[in-house]
Design a protein around this ligand. Sequence first.
Ligand code: SF4
Length: 415
Amino acid sequence: MAQLDTREKLAILADAAKYDASCASSGTAKRSSAGETSGIGSTEGMGICHAYAPDGRCISLLKILLTNSCIFDCHYCINRKSSNVRRARFTAEEVVNLTLAFYRRNYIEGLFLSSGIIRSSNYTMEQIVEVARSLREDHGFRGYIHLKTIPDADPELIHQAGLHADRISINVELPTEQGLKRLAPEKSVEGIAGAMGDIKAAIEDKTDAKRRFKSAPRFAPAGQSTQMIVGADSANDGEIVTRASGLYDRFKLRRVYYSAFSPIPDASAILPLQRPPLMREHRLYQSDWLMRFYGFAPKEVVAATGADGMLPLDIDPKMAWALKFRENFPVDVNRASKEMLLRVPGLGIKAVNAILLSRRWRTLRLDDIARLTVSVARLRPFITAADWTPGGLIDRVDLKARIAPPAKQMELFAA
Ligand code: SF4
């Protein structure tokens, strides 16, 4: 490997980390600062991303790989062994120094560290743990640390990672076992599940101990998360939603991130040539919210998919469910339970809470609801209010055409 200075390594290893979907800023549109007139605020460079701390604060993280060299050959990965990319590697000490330097300049509030696998899973995991240990113990670093762990590393090393990190994550990579076998043959479903199970048990043990003894050590207080690549294999949205909900239940994950597969240079012939629509990733995130915050059961979200098992791209999953199961509507905004109000397309959690609060004092009219939503036209067929009933609107065959916006590919993180 050619000798590279820190800036060159940072450029390579921050760019290589952008494929880890663990924060919102990696999805922004690219704007260069170079050009005829100089500019600032370019979104082209990689390296700093944003995440949410357990208390809801948005924090900036230095997001890098320890190395983009890897002894594995996962077909979908730009850093795989057979890839022709420029390689770089930081030592643990270099990552520690960079983190501290960025932190002291007030650029970041934490570190997101992942890595390709070098020499062996254990060796790589030792380096990752050493970064976190040194930051915490040698330098008293109190910032946020998110470590991606190597699933088949020694469980004791993963345990050490959890003692120093706020969050740890292991990527399940693909929604199905067949997909993983085909596209990442060196990884095993059992190994990934075993490591996630160990982390869940350790989080529960330490949380319990902390309740009883103030001095008990913390273990990944921000929990564990994972990432699934969407569109690299044939799994449909129904299968992805079912897999994600199984992971939430089984391992008590904080988040399942979705990353739309993007074709990479010199791609393997078994990969699709095109990336899936970015809107597909967005619809999966929306379905994730329905299950986590709106009381939808996974099978209800799956029921909103079409005959091909895919969520519609032109309408959101909540609207798709409402249009398919119209017998549940209209919902009376003055009497319905919170659970039913949350099922009305166009009513978010804030709007539902506002309805519940204000109807204690007065009877709500359509205008009152209109003030709580972006488009009352979209939700009118699904509600009744003191001065409004949709009549036969809910049963019209052209209802979708009347309320659905024209199909448009959106940027996932567009402002
Ligand atoms: S182990 Fe990770 S870094 Fe290595 S090829 Fe597979 S996905 Fe890429």
